[in-house]
Design a protein around this ligand. Structure first.
Ligand SMILES: Cc1ncc(COP(=O)(O)OP(=O)(O)O)c(N)n1
Ligand code: 3NM
Ligand code: MG
Length: 555
């Protein structure tokens, strides 16, 4: 998935000051700080135990208020599975019981207002809920009940998926509710996540057929009061990609993922919204939550594209595709600026200079390396795994991402932050399905075609080279500074340059001044040296100085 293709500012001035939603920032829903002591309307001693974010016993908690889907692809069931897959507790308030399957919706039984109010009270009066996510809200009265409950029991964030029509075309909330959504619910929402049909209905039947239309829709919906809007373009006609527009009141972000060829798409909307809620409950910023959610859906669809559940024309997908993987709690999320000084290890060089791989990694980090890749071509598997675990500990202690070259198995076994692979290694989409949405994947690219494929396959960055001749990699084709520039200009992903880069030529690389060229990856200039710290530090200083002179395009 291409997470952010463009981010352009809107010229509108907004009536609210956007503070963003993150673990360190406040929210409007009455809780001072996520992760700090939160004394909601609860018995005092209980609040102290369950709401202190620093307590190991506190599990992030999403409450979903939605309809039950008997086929379990969407609604409450999708929300439960999504939260489970993302490591978040999920409680439920059921608004309606639908009878549906892969063919369509056969029956809808709306629960009484009393029952809905009682469910809300049961959960909110007892449990610490971080985020409320709404799906099918079949009546105005239910919206009002929710709003009253939130007044009494404030939560950290409100995610509103304005469900109106099932994918099979069944009406799940009538048009009479539109005014309530617009006037009462949206102003309290941290994000609303309509699909094209819902956005159109909310905007009085406005035709939405292009990305430009989606942008204006996001802006108009934002004017109704939510802090953020995500217009999902999954049904956009004649688009090669699944494009969503995220608008935070200031900037537009165009989020693209590959359009997976499958009929198993039932429940993607509910899943997207509940994944956003789950990530927010864990303390993510809104943009990061949306990015992870989009990638989670894309990965689940890719993984489930051939599964068969039912005989109808729209099947569910497998939310729990990575159930057998343990979840990392300290994963480094990818930041393109991490590519600035990319240290790639080499066991031969370390042996030559009589140092261990862990000492090499420590030295590089001390000298200013911003990301580390273990490239141990000769290592025996067991030895490599032990070394990787030891290096991961060092990297985690310094918040430096650790990637593994080639060996997806080693990366999985030690829970590294990601992998770097070449053109003839395991395909990126397979790696993504194995590693999940948040791991970092880099791919070596020598041509614009490689670069575009890496992006379409869901990589996070590309390594491009050899910029200069190198002795470190046998038979490596040199593409030169020109070749690097051509790849950078074609790439929709951030780029790190590699191959023969050292203190005497790194300046010429960074002086290319292409915005997505984020740094240099280096082996011998750091590790075929007596002192790794000194060489890394010198290169860091040189890069910093060069980037400062080249100007803001590089940052
Ligand atoms: C950052 C970075 N870029 C390119 C490479 C080369 O990877 P690959 O083409 O798979 O070759 P090997 O490193 O496996 O020999 C890299 N390792 N890192
Ligand atoms: C590992 C690697 N990949 C390359 C590519 O062109 O993709 S060049 C290379 C070797 C880089 O080592 P040094 O910094 O010692 O030249
Ligand atoms: Mg390789």
């Amino acid at each position: 998935m291409d997470l952010i293709l463009s981010s352009t500012s809107s010229s509108i001035s907004h009536h609210k000051i956007f503070t963003g939603f993150s673990s360190k920032q406040d929210s409007r829903h009455g809780v001072e700080q996520f992760g700090s002591l939160n004394l909601k309307a609860m018995p005092e001693e209980k609040a102290l135990v369950v709401t202190n974010g620093s307590s190991n016993n506190k599990i992030p908690h999403v409450l979903t208020m939605a309809g039950s889907d008997s086929g379990a692809g969407a609604g409450i069931q999708a929300d439960l599975k999504t939260c489970a897959a993302r490591g978040v507790y999920c409680s439920t308030v059921i608004t309606a019981v639908t009878a549906q399957n892969t063919v369509g919706v056969q029956d809808v039984n709306i629960l009484s207002e009393e029952s809905v109010a009682a469910q809300l009270k049961s959960v909110l009066s007892d449990m610490h809920v971080d985020v409320v996510k709404t799906g099918m809200l079949p009546s105005t009265a239910m919206v009002k009940i929710l709003l009253d409950s939130l007044k009494q029991f404030p939560v950290q964030a409100l995610v509103v998926d304005p469900v109106m029509v099932s994918t099979s075309g069944h009406v799940l909330a009538g048009s009479s509710i539109l005014d309530t959504f617009r006037q009462d619910l949206f102003p309290l929402a941290d994000i609303v996540t309509p699909n094209l049909k819902e956005a159109s209905a909310l905007l009085g039947g406005l035709q939405l057929e292009t990305v430009t239309d989606m942008r204006s829709a996001a802006k108009s919906l934002h004017d109704m009061g939510p802090r953020n809007v995500l217009v999902k373009g999954g049904h956009l006609p004649s688009s090669t990609y699944a494009i969503d527009i995220f608008f935070d009141g200031k900037d537009f972000y165009e989020l693209r993922s590959s359009r997976i060829q499958t009929i198993n798409t039932h429940g993607t909307g509910c899943t997207m919204a509940s994944c956003i809620a789950a990530e927010l409950a864990k303390g993510s910023s809104m943009l990061s939550a949306v990015k992870v959610a989009k990638r989670y859906v894309e990965t689940a669809l890719e993984y489930s594209k051939s599964i068969i559940v039912g005989n109808g024309s729209q099947g569910p997908f497998d939310h729990l595709f990575k159930l057998n993987r343990k979840k990392s709690s300290t994963q480094q999320l990818f930041d393109p600026s991490d590519l600035f000084l990319y240290a790639v290890t080499d066991s031969g060089m370390n042996k030559k200079w009589g140092r261990s791989i862990t000492d090499a990694v420590k030295g590089a980090i001390e000298g200013g390396a911003t990301i580390v890749q273990l490239r141990e071509k000769e290592a025996e598997t067991g030895e490599f795994l032990e070394a990787a675990k030891a290096c991961l500990e060092i990297c985690r202690a310094h918040n430096i991402p650790l990637l593994i070259n080639d060996r997806v198995d080693i990366a999985m076994a030690c829970d590294a932050d990601g992998v770097h692979v070449g053109q003839s290694d395991m395909p990126v989409n397979t790696i993504r399905a194995l590693l999940g949405p948040e791991k970092i994947i880099g791919v070596s690219c020598k041509t614009p075609e490689h670069a575009l494929k890496a992006w379409a396959d869901g990589a996070d960055y590309i390594g491009s080279g050899g910029v200069f001749p190198t002795n470190t990699k046998a038979n490596n084709r040199t593409i030169g500074l020109d070749g690097l520039e051509t790849v950078c200009l074609a790439s929709k992903l951030p780029v790190v340059a590699i191959g023969g880069i050292n203190l005497s030529n790194a300046k010429s690389v960074m002086e290319l001044g292409v915005a997505n060229l984020k740094g240099v990856a280096v082996v011998s200039a750091l590790f075929d040296q007596e002192c790794v710290v000194t060489k890394t530090r010198k290169l860091h200083e040189l890069l910093t100085e060069t980037v400062a002179n080249v100007g803001p395009a590089m940052v």
